[in-house]
Design a protein around this ligand. Structure first.
Ligand code: ADP
Ligand code: MG
Length: 699
C-alpha cells in the first residue's frame, strides 16, 4: 500500500483550486498520462525556459529588444480614433529620464483604463521596442501596482503548452500543486546530498518551478540535478530489484543435449554467421546456469535475430520446456510464427500463434495444448499476458522489440513459469549509455555482421517537386520486376490522418499502376492487413503503399525499392528501421527519401546521415546528438520508457552513480526496510516504479 503521506501528490489535478473538468482534460492531453493526471504529473512537467524580468533600467537606459521591468507614471490615454477601430490603443507613460508608449491592439477600453489610471505610478514589464524612434512596449506582459509588484516573481518559468492551455494557466495550477507538497523523508544518501550541496526534494521542485535565480533552473544546477538523480535512482533501483528477483537461483537448467538444435541447424537454408553462433552460445550458457537468464540480444534490422531466438527455444525444448515469443504487433507475431515454422521444418517442434484474433474454439484449443505441453513454442502479442494463458512448463520468454513493453509486462510473462529465462531482442540499436538506463545491468549479445550476400542500399535524397520523375523511375523498376514499398508519413498524432495520406497516395499511384498497387495501414482489420502483406510477399501486388505499420520486422526479401514519402517528418531511428525492410535479398536495393522543402537544418542532417551510412549503431549515436533535449529520454513518440526530469545530455553523468547507489541498496537492504529503504519506497511510488515494490514483498 502506498503510504498516505503521498496522497496529496497522487490526487487528480482536478482537485486543485481553479482546475475544473475542462482544464483537467487539457492537462491530460498535455501531460500525456494514461489515466487522469495527478498532482505529481504536473510537478514533473518542468518549464522549458525562463523569462528574466530582473532588468530594472530607467527608460533612457532601456535597450530595444530587452525584456525590462520599469516604473512609470501614466500620463495620457490615446484610444483609437473614432471609425479606426483597427488602430491600436496607446497609453503614454514616462519616468524622469524619458517616455514610453504602451500599445494594445483590439483593446478593451474599460480594462485599460482600470489597468492604467492617469496620474498614477505603475510597474510595467515586457519587451522594449523602437518605433519611429519612439520607445514602445506592445502588449506589456505585466502592469501592476507597487503592492502587487512586491509579490511578482521576476524570473518566470515558461512551460511547454498545448492548445487552450497557456503558460499562465499551467503556472497557476503549478503553484497550487506546489502548495500541496507534503514534507517527505529524505531518500537520498546524506553524504551524497551534502557533497553535492543538493536541496531536498520539495525545495528542488519549488526551485525549478519558481526560480529565484537562473541557476535554480539550470539543468546542471543543484535543484534540477537532484530531481534528475531522484528519477535515475528510482529507475535503477526498480530495474535492480527486478533483476535481483529474477536472478535468484532457480535450480533449473533450461538447456538439453543439443540434439534439437543440431537438427534445426542442419535444416537451415543458410549458414549461421559468426556473431549468430556466438550469441546462441552465450544464450545457451546463460540458460544452463543456476540463475535466470536476463539477456539482451541487440542486432540491427535484418541481422537475423529470429534464428538465434529459435536456437534458444530449441535448447529449452530439449529438456521438455516451452518457450513464448512475444512481438509488439500482430503482423510481426504472424511473421515470426511463419518464419519459425519454416525454419523448424523437420525438428518436430510444435509451434502455435496466439493473438487477440484467435477466438472461441480455436483459442480454447490452443490454450489447452499449451497447458498440456503439446505446444513447444507459442508466438503472440500482448494476448500472451492474459491470465487464461497457462503453460505446462514455461522455460524461456523471448520478447521482441522490447522498448515497447514495460517492466511489469516483462514480469507478467516471466511469472507464468518457474524461473523463466528471459531474452529480450531489440532491433533498435541502442547506444551503450542507454542500455544501462533502459535495461539496467543486463547482459548483452550483439549481432554485428549482416548475413552473407547482403548488398548495401543505395540511398538518395530527392525533393517532392520531382515526384513525377520518381514515379517514372518506380514505373521502370516495376517493369523490371522489382517490388516496391511506398511509405507514407505520420501526418498527425492520429492514425486516421495517417491513413488519409496513405489512401491518397494509394489512389494516385493506383491510377498509374493499376492493380499492381496495394495498401496497408494501421486502421485495417488484422485479417485484411495479413492479406495485404501476404499478397505482397507472394508478389501478387508489386507496390505496397504503407504507413509505418511495416516498420517492425516485416520480411519480404525480394522487395528492393523503398520510397519514403515526406521523409523529413520521420525520426532518424525510424528511417533506419524502415530502410531495413529492403536490402535483404539478392538484388541491390534503392531507398528514395522524398522530402518536402525547405529542409530545416536538423532534418537535412538526418537525411544526410541516412545517405552516408547503414550502420545502426552510428545512426543511433548521431540520433542522440541531433535530438534536442528531452526527446531522447522523453517522449512516448520515441517509444522509449519515459523519463520526465532527467535529460541524458545533462544528467548522463549521474547514471553511473545511480546505478552503484541502487546496487548498494539492493545488497544491504534488499527488502527496503531500513529508514532509508522506507523512504526509497516513496521514491519508487513517485516515479511510477512501484511494480518493483511488489517484488520486494513477494520475495
Ligand atoms: P531481424 O534481426 O531483423 O529480426 P530476421 O531474423 O528477420 O532479422 O532475419 C532477416 C532475414 O535474414 C530472414 O529472411 C532470415 O531468414 C535471414 N537470415 C538470418 N540469418 C541468416 C544467415 N546467417 N544467412 C543468410 N540469411 C539469414
Ligand atoms: Mg525481427
Amino acid at each position: 500500500m502506498r503510504p498516505t503521506r503521498l496522497d496529496p501528490l497522487f490526487a487528480p489535478i482536478g482537485t486543485l483550486k481553479g482546475v475544473g473538468p475542462k482544464l483537467e482534460a487539457l492537462f491530460a492531453r498535455l501531460l500525456d498520462t494514461d489515466g487522469p493526471p495527478r498532482v505529481a504529473d504536473l510537478l514533473f512537467h518542468l518549464p522549458s525556459g525562463l523569462i528574466d524580468r530582473r532588468a530594472r533600467p530607467t527608460l533612457a537606459e532601456a535597450q530595444a529588444g530587452q525584456i525590462v521591468t520599469v516604473e512609470v507614471s501614466i500620463d495620457r490615454h490615446r484610444p483609437a480614433p473614432p471609425g479606426k477601430s483597427r488602430a491600436p490603443y496607446r497609453v503614454q507613460c514616462s519616468d524622469h529620464t524619458g517616455d514610453l508608449t504602451l500599445v494594445w491592439f483590439h483593446a478593451h477600453r474599460a480594462r485599460i483604463e482600470e489597468l492604467c489610471p492617469v496620474g498614477e505610478t505603475r510597474i510595467v514589464s515586457g519587451t522594449i521596442e523602437l518605433f519611429d524612434g519612439m520607445r514602445q512596449m506592445v502588449h506589456p506582459d505585466r502592469v501592476v501596482t507597487a503592492e502587487q509588484f512586491a509579490t511578482m516573481p521576476l524570473i518566470e518559468p515558461v512551460y511547454p503548452m498545448t492548445e487552450g492551455l497557456g503558460s499562465a494557466l499551467i503556472r497557476r495550477a503549478g503553484d497550487a500543486a506546489l502548495a500541496r507538497l507534503p514534507k517527505l523523508p529524505e531518500w537520498q544518501d546524506r553524504h551524497l546530498i551534502d557533497r553535492r550541496a543538493w536541496p531536498d526534494f520539495g525545495t528542488a521542485l519549488r526551485s525549478v518551478h519558481a526560480p529565484r535565480d537562473l541557476d535554480d533552473f539550470a539543468p546542471e544546477g543543484p535543484a534540477w540535478s537532484r530531481l534528475a538523480y531522484d528519477e535515475l535512482l528510482a529507475n535503477q533501483l526498480a530495474l535492480g530489484l527486478v533483476r535481483a528477483n529474477l536472478r535468484r537461483p532457480a535450480g533449473r537448467r533450461n538447456v538439453g543435449d543439443g540434439t534439437v538444435r543440431a537438427r534445426i541447424e542442419a535444416g537451415l537454408p543458410f549458414e549461421l554467421t559468426g556473431s549468430q553462433r556466438r550469441a546462441a552460445a552465450e544464450i545457451a550458457s546463460d540458460m544452463s546456469a543456476e540463475t535466470r537468464m536476463l539477456r539482451l540480444l541487440q542486432g540491427d534490422v535484418g541481422s537475423g535475430k529470429t534464428v538465434v531466438a529459435l536456437m534458444a527455444c530449441a535448447a529449452a525444448a530439449e529438456v521438455g520446456r516451452q518457450s513464448a515469443l512475444m512481438a509488439p504487433t500482430e503482423i510481426l507475431a504472424r511473421q515470426h510464427a511463419k518464419t519459425l515454422t519454416a525454419l523448424t521444418g523437420q525438428s518436430g517442434l510444435e509451434i502455435a500463434i496466439l493473438t487477440g484474433r484467435e477466438k472461441g474454439q480455436e483459442r480454447a484449443r490452443i490454450l489447452a495444448r499449451l497447458e498440456s505441453g503439446e505446444i513447444a513454442i507459442v508466438v503472440g502479442t500482448h494476448a500472451l499476458f492474459q491470465d487464461s494463458v497457462r503453460f505446462r512448463d514455461l522455460g524461456l520468454a523471448v520478447i521482441d522489440e522490447q522498448h515497447r513493453f514495460g517492466v511489469h509486462q516483462r514480469l507478467a510473462l516471466a511469472a507464468k513459469g518457474e524461473a523463466v529465462d528471459l531474452l529480450v531482442m531489440t532491433a533498435t540499436p541502442i547506444p551503450r549509455t542507454l542500455v544501462l538506463t533502459y535495461f539496467g545491468d543486463m547482459d548483452s549479445s550483439q549481432l554485428t555482421e549482416k548475413p552473407a550476400g547482403r548488398k548495401p542500399v543505395d540511398t538518395r535524397i530527392i525533393a517532392l517537386d520531382r515526384l513525377a520523375e520518381v514515379v517514372d523511375g518506380i514505373g521502370r523498376a516495376l517493369d523490371a520486376g522489382r517490388q516496391v514499398y511506398w511509405v507514407c508519413p505520420l501526418v498527425a498524432e492520429s492514425e486516421e490522418t495517417d491513413m488519409a495520406a496513405a489512401e491518397e497516395r494509394f489512389a494516385t499511384l493506383g491510377q498509374r499502376f493499376g492493380d499492381k498497387v496495394d495498401l496497408i495501414h494501421g486502421q485495417m482489420k488484422g485479417a485484411d492487413k495479413d492479406a495485404a502483406m501476404l499478397r505482397f510477399q507472394r508478389g501478387d501486388s508489386r507496390l505496397l503503399v504503407a504507413t509505418t505499420v511495416i516498420e517492425v520486422g516485416v520480411d519480404v526479401p525480394q522487395a528492393s525499392v523503398m520510397v519514403i514519402d515526406h521523409a523529413e517528418r520521420f525520426g532518424l531511428a525510424q528511417l533506419h528501421q524502415l530502410r531495413g525492410r529492403i536490402g535483404r535479398g539478392e538484388t541491390a536495393s534503392t531507398c528514395i527519401l522524398l522530402y518536402k522543402g525547405p529542409l530545416g537544418e536538423v532534418a537535412r542532417k538526418r537525411l544526410d546521415i541516412m545517405r552516408e551510412t547503414e550502420d545502426g549503431f552510428r545512426i543511433a549515436e548521431e540520433d542522440l546528438k541531433l535530438r534536442g533535449e528531452g526527446d531522447v529520454l522523453g517522449t512516448k513518440q520515441s517509444g522509449m520508457p519515459g523519463f520526465r526530469l532527467a535529460r541524458l545530455e545533462h544528467h548522463g553523468g549521474l547514471l553511473e552513480t545511480a546505478r552503484n547507489d541502487a546496487k548498494l541498496v539492493i545488497e544491504t537492504d534488499p527488502k527496503l526496510t531500513t529508514e532509508r529503504g522506507e523512504a526509497l519506497r516513496d521514491l519508487l511510488y513517485l516515479f511510477g516504479r512501484d511494480e518493483a515494490i511488489r517484488l520486494v514483498k513477494a520475495g
